[in-house]
Design a protein around this ligand. Structure first.
Ligand code: PDD
Length: 285
């Protein structure tokens, strides 16, 4: 497998980054995950705009790492054997003697690779998952897609330890998002999800689902559900580039609604599958 590193295309096992790289030393680094369907990237412009926004938010100077990401993405997407997968892009503040302050002129480290989508065995419920509620122990700039993910790592591990797939994060009594996903809840007649602010990562899949919901005439409210509202929700969904749209059927071991994926999930999931097909055909981005 060839990876992109600082302008070169090299086999993954011979790609090298300095031990003084600030991504390694400080987690001083931002990233993106871009889905690919049929060798075509999904919402690439939005993902690249978010990468730019993350870089700007942490004061990374783009001039220190000139790269034409669309070209890199196209080339990586072409390498995926079955056409479906995800692209991983990472930018660090480069290698420099360890001190917290930004180095004066260190070139950014630019890294990207493609990962094939692991196809689920036929008949498995890939779109169904379980979750637990956890205190949101992350910092207050969750809108920046940084690789400083230790809190998310611990939260996912806690979910696994408790026999679940995802941690839904509670801050001040509100469920803002998951450790690796955005969260939606069907409360009464409305689909509720946290607003885009510094407490969530503004998910690209979330945006697509909001567009699909509008097209389907599903009423949406961008207001985070409280923990109690989530517990009483008829349906709970999560969205992300890797999980796409999934139904959460149990939270803390208790069934959500009747414990099976509900009608709102089925409609949105079907619409998302259609959207993916159109991306595959090159009819949508
Ligand atoms: N994570 N919220 C968090 C905390 C996330 O880590 C992610 C995605 C999302 C969903 O964003 P999007 O729909 O743009 O993928 C929300 C990626 C997939 C990851 O870290 O692997």
């Amino acid at each position: 497998m060839l990876v992109y590193l600082n302008g070169d295309w090299i086999p993954a096992d011979s790609a090298r980054v300095s031990v003084f790289d600030r991504g390694f030393i400080f987690g001083d680094s931002v990233y993106e995950v871009i889905p690919v369907y049929g060798h075509r990237t999904f919402r690439e412009a939005a993902h690249l705009a978010r990468l730019k926004a993350s870089m700007a938010a942490v004061g990374m100077d783009e001039r220190l790492g000139p790269v034409h990401w669309p070209t890199v993405c196209t080339r990586l997407a072409e390498t995926l054997p079955a056409g479906d997968g995800t692209l991983y892009l990472q930018v660090t503040r480069g290698a420099a003697p360890r001190q917290h302050a930004f180095p004066a002129n260190a070139p950014l480290t630019l890294f990207a690779y493609a990962r094939p989508r692991v196809s689920e065995p036929a008949g498995s419920a890939a779109s169904e998952m379980t979750a637990v509620l956890c205190d949101d122990i992350r910092w207050a700039r969750c809108d920046i897609k940084t690789t400083s993910l230790i809190a998310n790592v611990l939260l996912v591990q806690e979910a696994l330890r408790r026999g679940a797939d995802e941690a839904l994060l509670v801050r001040d009594g509100l469920v803002n998002e998951g450790a690796v996903s955005n969260v939606f809840a069907v409360c009464g007649e409305r689909l509720r999800t946290a607003p885009r602010n510094h407490l969530i990562l503004g998910g690209i899949t979330r945006d697509v689902v909001l567009e699909l919901a509008a097209g389907l005439g599903i009423a949406v409210e961008e207001r985070a559900p409280s923990q109690a509202e989530l517990s009483g929700a008829r349906e709970v969904l999560i969205t992300s580039s890797s999980r796409e749209v999934a139904a959460v059927t149990r939270i803390d071991g208790r069934p959500v609604g009747d414990g099976r994926p509900g009608p709102v999930f089925h409609r949105l999931h079907a619409a998302f599958e259609t959207f993916k097909e159109e991306v595959r055909m090159g009819r949508r981005m």
